[in-house]
Design a protein around this ligand. Structure first.
Ligand code: DO4
Ligand code: MG
Length: 296
């Protein structure tokens, strides 16, 4: 099952199930977000799929017609969850370690160390207020001249830090700030519009093997594809349980917290983001997340 959130000008914020190209509206007066569904599942000690299927379908809409730039005047899909927190993992793919070291010291260094170390790199990435949903703008911060898209598979944690499902994340990062000094990492990672999520939450029932998913990324500039890259999630070095264990070690997290698992597609510096670019990230069995770019 795939869950999503959407907006209707006459009815407000809604929660639904995506059934092929049809959005099934399962909103009730008490449950209007995916986080409400998750909390209900936790309270009733049930799977979230069970809770979602127990809700009555009160409307049906075409997904394609709502997959558009958000505006209060027209129906559109929204970020699929309002996460209390988004955390990021770094250097989980070999290419990420190699390129980050080449671009900082030109030799093996801190990234190579972390790639092989027992402790993973984990960093605080965003709150809901800094996240963008499908088709909404992602940002280049005003003091960055080299901001890159980082296409990533992300997972959502529920009760007892268990994974309930997966989504797509663009871990938009100011690489020039990160490269100037590793202590600047939070400023390279956290800013308004730094994290795109969506378009849906593909629950565990949809994703039989999260370590075998094709992840593809395209950057479109003036209607031309200027960059295309791909990686399979099988190339990730760390198991998700391992990442979650480090995240939650003496660090309580709330249900709905998102972990983004790191990028294996290192986009060359020549394709640094520019205003009005469109970044498309597609992950098998989840869908396609598309976001335009603006400079703050
Ligand atoms: O240490 C820098 C950030 C790493 C990261 O975001 C990634 O590998 O995806
Ligand atoms: Mg990243």
């Amino acid at each position: 099952m795939k869950l999503l959130q959407f907006y209707l000008p006459d009815k407000g914020y809604r929660v639904g199930i995506l059934d092929d190209d049809t959005i099934l509206d399962i909103t009730t007066p008490e449950i209007s977000t995916t986080l409400d569904l998750l909390r209900q599942a936790i309270d009733e000690n049930k799977y979230i799929d069970e809770i979602a299927s127990s809700h009555k379908v009160i409307g049906k809409y075409s997904y394609e017609s709502m997959n558009r730039l958000p505006s209060k005047l027209i129906p559109h899909i929204l970020i699929p969850i309002y996460p209390p927190e988004v955390w990021g993992c770094g250097v989980t793919y070999k290419r990420s370690a190699e390129m980050r070291d080449e671009d900082t010291t030109g030799a093996r260094g801190i990234y190579d160390y972390v790639y092989f170390a027992e402790r993973p790199e984990l960093f605080f990435k965003a709150t809901s207020s800094r996240c963008s949903g499908p088709n909404d703008y992602i940002s280049i911060r005003r003091d960055s001249n080299l901001t890159a898209a980082e296409p990533e598979l992300a997972y959502i944690l529920g009760k007892d830090n268990e994974i309930i499902g997966y989504t797509i994340c663009n871990d938009v990062s100011a690489w020039d700030i990160e490269r100037e000094n590793p202590l600047y990492l939070p400023q390279s990672k956290i800013f308004y519009g730094c994290c795109a999520l969506g378009p849906v939450i593909a629950l565990n029932s949809e994703i039989k093997d999260p370590y075998n998913l094709m992840i593809k990324c395209q950057i479109i500039r003036n209607e031309e594809i200027i960059y295309s890259g791909e990686i399979n999630s099988s190339k990730i070095k760390r198991a998700f349980e391992e990442l979650t264990e480090f995240l939650c070690r003496d660090n309580p997290i709330l249900p709905g917290t998102i972990m983004t698992t790191g990028t294996g597609i290192m986009i060359p510096n020549d394709f640094a983001l520019a205003p009005n670019d469109i970044v498309e990230i597609e992950i098998e069995k989840i869908g396609k997340l598309s976001n335009p770019v603006k400079k703050l």
